[in-house]
Design a protein around this ligand. Structure first.
Ligand code: GDP
Length: 434
């Protein structure tokens, strides 16, 4: 999906606008405990066009002076976005910092839409005119607080989005991508895998050019490796912001069946690892946790199980993801990777027979009765799988609100005991039976 970045100096109202456009997804339907979330990225939609919205203002770059920060945020928007939404404050008029940002944006060839915020009433509209001096053709007075003018502005933004054509593959080709924080060994892993296998086509670039796809074959199975790591720019800004930027990874995992979440075994698990893994989980992809640099770890016969325990503790929301230990450098245990990818992909697409599914659910209910609330008991009438990738199961019940997190978790565990769901999340939806 294309990317729209909001740029502007602090206090012009970027996050208010951001929340307006994204519909404030604060009440995420399936909030996952243990996932740290920043609200800098979100999916948004306007006139049936979907895009990623990114608030560059929330991305702090070290503790550099404000103007440097603003400049670097603008630069990042230029690097990452298809359309830039430059926001200013109509009450302050054009400031020096606005001019600074404008001159950086003008030099890039990226389309820019200029919003003048805090135009809360019709009378204030005249405050907009001076902003034409910044040199952008499209200028819109808006009010983030009252939601005024945003529609027209978004019409313009959407009209400037590029037509995206991502490469397409055969139905049974397994699409995989590699994500993780800097230096965990993503590029090394990509190279190690591709170095071993028979490459069929390489360097297939999407129109967005933020990833390179390589098709290869192993034992009659075709795989595509979607590589964002190798595309990384080694510039100062990028190095600094990559700590926070998972945008490319997000776009790659949207196109993936299986996501390899790479962790540095030498350094252990960091907060950022969890955040990145959270994105993969939210996207509903099959996931493998790859502990890399295992060659560099001093170990005895307990090290692996201890590390696995640690992973389980830190990534509780990924209890379904197998943990693989390997070394991209020495290729130690690398042979286990593709079979695990294949299995996770198969499970991601698993369809279970309805009668067996219902037997499993009914047995589970007998062993551990459904929750009650105010003398009302949850009753599950019927279960059916409505989708794959990830497997999605609908339970028709009397009162969906009675389906508590812990009971849902219990049912999920029972389903996992009964079926091969290793590596894939499963969705359980309680729906009111009419
Ligand atoms: P990326 O930023 O995640 O793509 O990481 P790179 O692939 O660039 O690797 C970062 C550093 O870790 C490089 O110096 C690699 O040589 C090193 N590295 C990568 N994989 C391994 C590994 O399996 N073992 C060891 N000892 N070093 C590794």
């Amino acid at each position: 999906k294309p990317v729209v970045a909001i740029v502007g100096r602090p206090n012009v109202g970027k996050s208010t606008i951001f929340n307006r456009i994204t519909g404030e997804r604060l009440a995420i339907v399936e909030d996952t405990p243990g996932v740290t979330r920043d609200r800098l990225y979100s999916r948004a939609e306007w006139l049936n066009r979907e895009f990623h919205l990114i608030d560059t203002g929330g991305i702090e770059i070290g503790d550099e002076p404000l103007l440097t920060q603003i400049r670097e945020q603008a630069q990042m928007a230029i690097d990452e976005a298809d359309v830039i939404f430059f926001l200013t404050n109509g009450r302050d008029g054009v400031t020096g910092a606005d001019e600074e940002v404008a001159s950086i944006l003008r030099r890039s060839k990226k389309p820019v839409v200029l919003g003048v915020n805090k135009i809360d009433s019709y009378e204030m509209q005249e405050k907009v005119y001076e902003f034409y001096s910044l040199g952008f053709g499209s200028v819109f007075g808006v009010s983030g607080e009252h939601g005024l003018g945003l529609g027209d502005l978004l019409d313009e933004v959407v009209s400037l989005l590029p037509d995206e054509r991502e490469p397409e593959y055969e139905e049974d080709t397994i699409r995989m991508s590699v994500i993780g924080r800097p230096n965990v060994g993503k590029s090394s892993l990509v190279n190690a895998v591709l170095g071993e296998e028979r490459v069929i086509v390489s360097d297939i670039a999407g129109t967005t050019r933020d990833a390179v796809d390589t098709v290869f074959e192993k034992e009659g199975q075709e795989y595509v490796l979607i590589d964002t790591a190798g595309m990384r720019k080694r510039g100062k800004v990028y190095e600094a912001t990559e700590k926070y930027s998972v945008l490319r990874a997000l776009r790659a995992l949207e196109r993936s069946d299986v996501v390899l979440v790479v962790i540095n075994g030498e350094e252990g698990i960091r907060e950022q690892d969890k955040r990145i893994a959270g994105y993969a989980h939210d996207a509903g992809r099959a996931i493998l946790i790859v502990v890399n640099k295992w060659d560099a770890v001093e170990k005895d016969d307990k090290t692996m199980s201890q590390f696995t325990e640690k992973v389980r503790e830190e990534f509780q929301f990924l209890s379904y993801a197998p943990v693989l230990f390997l070394s991209a450098k020495t290729k130690q245990r690398l042979q286990h990777l593709l079979p695990a990818v294949k299995e996770a992909a198969d499970n991601h697409n698993l369809r279970v027979p309805t009668n067996v599914l219902n037997d499993v659910i009914m047995d589970a209910v007998i062993m551990n009765p459904t929750p009650t609330e105010n003398n009302k008991r949850l009753r599950i009438n019927y279960a059916t799988q409505v989708a794959v990738a990830p497997p999605t199961i609908v339970l028709f019940v009397n009162e969906p609100e009675l389906m508590h997190f812990s009971y849902r978790r219990y049912l999920e565990n029972k389903l996992r005991e009964a079926f091969h769901f290793e590596g894939t999340p499963i969705k359980i939806i309680a729906r009111k039976k009419n």
